[in-house]
Design a protein around this ligand. Structure first.
Ligand SMILES: [Zn+2]
Length: 101
């Protein structure tokens, strides 16, 4: 799972709800858990508690594809190509989000 795209670690009780950056779904939240070291590595607050928000769709194939597209868009230096990629992303989300509600 990709931190800050589909999973988020927040200081406990500072964030009420969070939307997935990939598909816009409301994230599931687990409050007051220790941050796994592989996500929080390099930070000095290893032992702190976090509220963890994660998208309910992260295990879906379409979500993985949407995430790849979104990350590629973020790295795409060409505005025109990025705009086209956004259309693809929108199609993908429109096709799949309906099946999950
Ligand atoms: Zn999502």
């Amino acid at each position: 799972m990709r931190l800050n795209y589909e999973v988020f670690y927040e200081t406990p009780d500072t964030v009420k709800e969070k939307s997935c950056q990939v598909c816009g779904s409301a994230c599931d939240v687990t409050r007051g858990v220790y941050g796994p070291s592989n996500f929080i590595e390099a930070k000095n607050k290893m032992a702190d508690l976090y509220d963890v928000f994660s998208c309910p769709n992260t295990d879906k194939d379409w979500h993985e594809l949407a995430l790849k597209l979104l990350m590629a868009i973020d790295e795409m230096p060409s505005k025109r190509v990025a705009a086209l990629m956004r259309l693809d992303l929108q199609d993908l989300l429109n096709e799949n989000r309906d099946n999950n509600e």
